[in-house]
Structures are given as C-alpha cells and as structure tokens.
Write a protein that binds this ligand. Structure first.
Ligand SMILES: [Zn+2]
Length: 261
C-alpha cells in the first residue's frame, strides 16, 4: 500500500506516503501548502484549520509524483555549502553566463560591463564586506532589470505597476500578493538568463489578473510569452548550476497566490 495515514488525521502531526514521512502543521491559512525542504528533502504540509481529513488525504495522494520527483532532484543535487567569499578574479554566474569579478577598493559601486563585474568595496580585505557588497550589487542588477521588464509588461497586461521586492527564497522563484499589489522575486534569478526572469515576472503579473493556474491564466501566458513552457523548463532543470531548487507547489482555493512555476 502506498499510502498510510495515522488514525487521527484531524490532529495529525505526520502522515506517510510511499515510505516518506510528511510533517503536517495546521495553520490559519486558506490553502494547503506542500513543500520539499532543503537540505534533506523533508516534506512539509501546511493545512488550513477547516480542511477535512479527506481533503488532506486526497491532496497528498494527488501530489505523490510531485513529491517523489522533487525529493529525487533535491537529494541528487544537494545545495552547496555556505557561499564562498568573493575574491578578485573569481568566476561568478550572472544572467546565465560566467563572468569575472573584479574587486577594487573604494566607496561601494558596482558595474557590469560585458563579462566583468567591477565591484568597489570599502574594505576588500574584509570577507564580510565583500559578501555584502556582492549581494548588494546582485540585487541592484536584478532590480534594475525587473523595473524595465515590469514597466513594459504592466502596460501590455493592463495592470497597475506592482511594488517589487527581492528576497532569498529557498523553494520559490517568485510570489504575488494581488490584494497588496506586491511581487516578491527570488534573489537567485540574477544568476539565471534574462528570459527566465522575464517568465517569472510575467507569471506573477498575470496573477494580478487571475489568481489560480487556470485555463484563463495559461491563455494570458500563451498570448504574452508563447514560449513560456520552454522558459519554465530551463528554469527548473538547470537547478544544479546554482544548487537552487524551484519546488513549491500550492493548492489554490480562492486565497492569494503564493507560488510560481
Ligand atoms: Zn503561479
């Protein structure tokens, strides 16, 4: 039997599917949320208080393949250890290609010219200072490109320009809160191709028009980015380059949208 549930699912803490333990937490949320978490591919499920036992079991069963796929992927390509301290002359990945990092002393400033990122750092001998400066530079590059893309795509889609924020996300590429008009983007996207970033942004902007991944939602993407499936494939299948895993899945009811891809 693939699925075994503990007796009291209403108070359940864990269920087993296919030999994998799923940690279950009841929360004040509106939709079921399933995650595969790094580094050991632990599976966690958040469940709204009002969800019935049957609903939870049905949801988990319907996601069996997804769970297996993402656990395999995560265990095959474990996330790298803490990021190395950026050094002058080091190779870094930006916009889907290898670049050279040049660190020079000076007031913080960053400039990407061709395949070279020139980074002015107040104290190049201080590793923490270099890490901070590189992170700040990457976020600035990402934000600059996002603003241009969002200006274009908001007009095209006929939606108000949303508030844009960047954060480190372990399991998502982006998220959208349509009610607040806010989009969060993974800081990791600065390492992916600009086409991947564009796909994630258009995906999230489309959620301002349609919350769920419905036919209407897909029709919007088909119209705007006819190759969006290909971009999504590139995004999710080059995870090993950066040790990053885009693997969040939510079940939409009528609440806010919180996941991409
Ligand atoms: Zn989505």
């Amino acid at each position: 039997m693939l699925f075994q549930a503990h007796e009291a699912v209403d108070r359940m803490r864990a269920i087993q599917v296919d030999g994998v333990e799923i940690e279950v937490t009841r929360k004040a949320i509106r939709s079921l949320r399933l995650r595969v978490c790094p580094p050991l591919a632990a599976v966690r499920l958040s469940v709204p208080w009002r969800a019935s036992r049957e609903e939870v079991l049905r949801f988990v069963l319907s996601r069996q393949d997804w769970i297996r796929r993402h656990r395999e992927r995560m265990l095959a390509f474990p996330a790298p250890a803490a990021p190395a301290v950026p050094a002058d002359g080091a190779g870094i990945f930006l916009w889907g290609r290898g670049c050279v990092l040049r660190i020079v002393p000076g007031r913080f400033h960053a400039e990407l010219a061709g395949d070279t990122l020139r980074l002015c750092v107040p104290d190049p001998a201080d590793p923490a200072c270099c890490v901070r400066a590189l992170s700040r530079a990457c976020r600035a590059l990402l934000m600059e490109r996002m603003r241009c893309l969002v200006a274009h795509w908001s007009r095209t889609l006929g939606v108000a320009v949303p508030e844009l924020r960047i954060r480190n996300m372990k399991t998502r590429w982006g998220s959208c809160n349509p009610r607040a008009g806010r989009i969060w983007i993974s800081a990791e996207l600065v390492r992916r191709t600009p086409e991947c970033l564009e796909y994630v942004l258009v995906h999230e902007l489309a959620h301002l028009l349609e919350h769920g991944h419905t036919d209407r939602f897909r029709a919007i993407l088909d119209r705007c980015l006819p190759d969006w499936r290909q971009r999504r494939h590139v995004l999710n299948n080059r995870a090993r380059e950066s040790g990053f895993f885009g693997c969040a899945i939510n079940r939409k009811e009528n609440g806010k949208h919180e996941s991409t891809t």
